[in-house]
Design a protein around this ligand. Structure first.
Ligand code: 1GP
Length: 252
């Protein structure tokens, strides 16, 4: 069943073409810096805040960061867990994700089985997502025991996305890895969009408005940035990213 947050995302994508989400990595922030980043991002029209990272922090730190985020913004706070340790009650929804190109069944299905009852107990809205690691892959690739899809094999990314659709997942995420040098190339985004109409999320290593423009032009529905907003304090960087997204959309 499509819940409130998913409905909000789908309506916003329908209306705006592509939307931006801000990723907050609990490992890199304090509750107060998380609050500042999320307020700035909301003021610059980011659609939602995602919370998660590749490595785990203590439950109590995650709880404090997520609570600070929930209290700071009106837009949805969506968990982006790397494991069951990434679940907290202080959020609106959770990407209920399977790492489709992991070689470890734990990241395909094991963590999800352990996490599902906790999600239910906390009343979080699960949003089914096929997660695919591509290119360099970064820390998440190592932690998730993924076999990243090389950038010169876009057809394999497309095949994973199609499998996600056939499984009934409702979003697909092409993940280049947080902080990597090269974000997902436009032709890989295009290859995925030729086989499926599932909303496509693209993230990892995106730092400039120009890169956002290319990814939006290729058909992404959601662009995620994290690192760049922690490195560039203040609203200028978010404005650059979001404005480039919108500028392209207007020309579509
Ligand atoms: C990582 O896709 C996200 O999971 C965001 O990556 O931190 O490089 O923006 P960055």
């Amino acid at each position: 069943m499509v819940g409130r947050v998913e409905k909000y995302l789908l309506e916003k994508i329908e209306k705006e073409g592509t939307i931006h989400m801000t990723l907050v990595d609990p490992e890199k922030v304090t509750p107060s810096s998380a609050s500042r980043i999320s307020k700035d991002a909301e003021a610059c029209d980011t659609a939602a805040i995602m919370v998660g990272g590749s490595t785990s922090v203590s439950f109590s730190h995650l709880d404090k960061v997520a609570k600070a985020l929930k209290e700071s913004v009106k837009i949805p706070v969506i968990l982006f867990p790397n494991n069951i340790t990434g679940i907290t009650r202080h959020a609106d929804a959770i990407w209920f994700m399977s790492l489709l190109n992991s070689a470890d069944p734990y990241f395909l299905m094991g963590a999800q089985v352990l996490g599902a009852p906790i999600i239910k107990k906390f009343g979080l809205e699960p949003i089914p997502l096929g997660y695919v690691i591509v290119g360099e892959g970064g820390a998440v690739s190592i932690v998730g025991k993924a076999v990243p899809i090389p950038y010169n094999k876009p057809e394999l990314a497309a095949a994973h996305a199609l499998a996600a659709e056939y499984f009934g997942m409702r979003f697909v995420y092409l993940e280049a890895g947080s902080g990597v040098r090269n974000p997902v190339p436009a032709d890989m985004v295009r290859a995925v969009k030729t086989v499926t109409d599932l909303p496509l999320i693209v993230g990892g290593g995106i730092r400039t408005g120009e890169q956002v423009k290319e990814i939006v032009k290729a058909g992404a529905s959601i662009v995620v940035t994290g690192n760049v907003l922690e490195e560039n304090k203040g609203k200028n960087k978010i404005t650059e990213l979001v404005d480039n997204m919108k500028a392209h959309k207007k020309r579509r």
